[in-house]
Design a protein around this ligand. Sequence first.
Ligand SMILES: N[C@@H](CCC(=O)N[C@@H](CS)C(=O)NCC(=O)O)C(=O)O
Length: 203
Amino acid sequence: MKLYYKPGACSLASHIVLHELAQPFDIEKVDTTTKRTESGDDYLEINPKGYVPALTLDSNDTITEGPAILQYLADSNAESDLIPAISDISRSKVLEHLTYVSSELHKAFAPLFKADTTDEGKQAAKENVAKKFDYLEGLLANGRKYLVDNNFSIADAYLFVVSNWANFVGIELSSWKNLSIYVARIAQRNSTQRAMKVEGLIG
Ligand SMILES: N[C@@H](CCC(=O)N[C@@H](CS)C(=O)NCC(=O)O)C(=O)O
């Protein structure tokens, strides 16, 4: 299987999870501006939506949308314990957090990465991100190491990636103590270190 990614983008969550699995995989960088892959393929033929991530399986099927890719990887590698079984309430909690990161936190960051966002728009986006961070700070206040059952899940991989964007858009993550400790913890996982190294984000 092959993951299409952009360094540091939300595709990093899928990349981290791939490194959690005992499965061979390839990756290919995408220029989301020109819509070309590193080897020169037309990315729109792989994912007509034009954004990363996309995961092409050995069967040639392609899955898009980060949360769907994360669930596929976790479910098809159940021994990796990255998502609880169907009908386990903990699975619903993992999906609850995954959805929050996708539809609330990720979305809140979006204006901060757009070239045409005004200064006022950026300020409003930062305030919106801060509200989401406040919620997460409260959630982590009970000292939990991971979002659900003190067990690393696909929701942690995604929350790590999106929270870490704070460091690139002028939001002081250390203002949220519990969240910054949580982000630092996940940054230290082997899978995270390996994925970030391959993407050229750390030395
Ligand atoms: N709904 C999509 C959003 C993916 C997304 O926002 N991808 C961004 C990087 S984090 C991207 O590729 N942006 C470039 C573009 O849209 O041209 C998902 O969850 O996978």
